[in-house]
Design a protein around this ligand. Structure first.
Ligand SMILES: NCc1[nH]cc(CCC(=O)O)c1CC(=O)O
Ligand SMILES: [Mg+2]
Length: 340
């Protein structure tokens, strides 16, 4: 097919663009791949997994299509699946019913709690995968808060003291990366020195440095059994969504206190924060694509309103483009499978 004669405008367009037609580099798949500035690989993914008591099949989480609560053994199987897919890390979150919760979240310090048993099972089955554990009390407290509640207030320093013990219990079980997700002040320094003091100098800390009080955690609280439990909201410790300078102050503190990696949460509505932290600190910075972000894509896909696979990949790529070192995402196994 011969090209049509150039319209009169062509010379003017060439003058205006200096002759560089930007569409030239979009004309085929191979050249688009060649000039792509950022991409996602399975190496970028951390897969959050929910663990529950008992045996048997994975149990679906109603508000998160395709996500399950797994037995301890099921978690080890999931970790082995993750390993085969090239996913470097799994993150563990326990489902705890009202019967296993109390005012002080005592279960957090039980070396045989669900998370610790799951860590041991994973490490025994798949020694070469990384395991990340949340450090926070919310799966274990009767009021659903991340810290100790006293007279309607969340106590900071008293909570930090318990978080240090929780981190030690998890490290003892074999957890590689401690992920304090509580937003108490000063917890990174205290956890670092507790770990070092107990001989866990090599264990890493990925701090939830800029974690916002968000509506996008809704399905997660359902998944871990906190929905009915949570009294009030978390706005006295999680960040206000209007703030971005404050995220720099939070991240700076955590880095100075010894965080090896930092995280922004939620993900998609906070890409501006992610980019600011990456530009400012140049430390490995992760995004948490939260339960709500996952479920809104899944719900639209199930209704046929959106191409679920493409939306999934586009959302993950957006984090990389914004500068993320990696992404915690419930899409991890499906995305990794697609990327192979
Ligand atoms: N410390 C709790 C914690 N750790 C991870 C998430 C949310 C994860 C998600 O929504 O996928 C939450 C919820 C909360 O702060 O209430
Ligand atoms: Mg802080």
């Amino acid at each position: 097919m011969s090209s049509p004669t150039p319209p009169r405008l062509s010379a003017a367009i060439d003058r205006a663009t200096g002759g560089t037609r930007l569409r030239r580099l979009r004309q085929s798949d191979w050249v688009r791949r060649l000039v792509r500035e950022s991409d996602v690989t399975p190496n970028d993914l951390i897969w959050p997994i929910f663990v529950r008591e008992g045996d048997g099949d994975p149990e679906p989480v109603a508000s998160m299509p395709g996500v399950f609560r797994r037995s301890v053994r099921g978690c080890a199987e999931a970790a082995s699946e993750a390993y085969d897919l090239g996913i470097p890390v799994v993150a563990l979150f326990p489902f705890t019913g009202p019967g296993q919760r109390d005012e002080r979240g005592s279960q957090a310090l039980d070396p045989d709690n669900l998370v610790c048993r799951a860590v041991r099972a994973i490490k025994a089955a798949v020694p070469d995968i990384g395991v990340l554990c949340d450090v926070a009390l919310d799966p274990y407290t009767s009021h659903g808060h991340d810290g100790l509640l006293h007279d309607g207030r969340i106590l900071n320093d008293e909570t930090v003291e318990i978080l240090c013990q929780q981190a030690l219990v998890q490290a003892e079980a074999g957890c590689d990366i401690l992920g304090p997700s509580d937003m108490m002040d000063g917890r990174i320094a205290c956890i670092r020195s507790a770990l070092d003091g107990a001989g866990f100098r090599d264990r890493m800390i990925m701090s939830y440095a800029a974690k916002y009080a968000s509506a996008f955690y809704g399905p997660f609280r359902d998944a871990v059994g906190s929905t009915g439990a949570l009294k009030g909201d978390k706005r006295t410790y999680q960040m206000d969504m209007g703030n971005t300078d404050e995220a720099l102050r939070e991240a700076r503190q955590d880095i100075l206190e010894g965080a090896d990696m930092i995280m922004v949460k939620p993900g998609m509505p906070y890409l501006d924060i992610l980019t600011r932290l990456v530009d400012e600190f140049a430390v490995p910075t992760f995004a948490y694509q939260t339960s709500g972000e996952y479920s809104l894509i899944m719900a639209a896909a199930q209704n046929g309103w959106i191409d679920g696979e493409r939306a999934m990949m586009e959302s993950l790529r957006s984090f990389k483009r914004a500068g993320a070192a990696g992404i915690l995402s419930y899409f991890a196994p499906s995305a990794a499978a697609l990327l192979r």
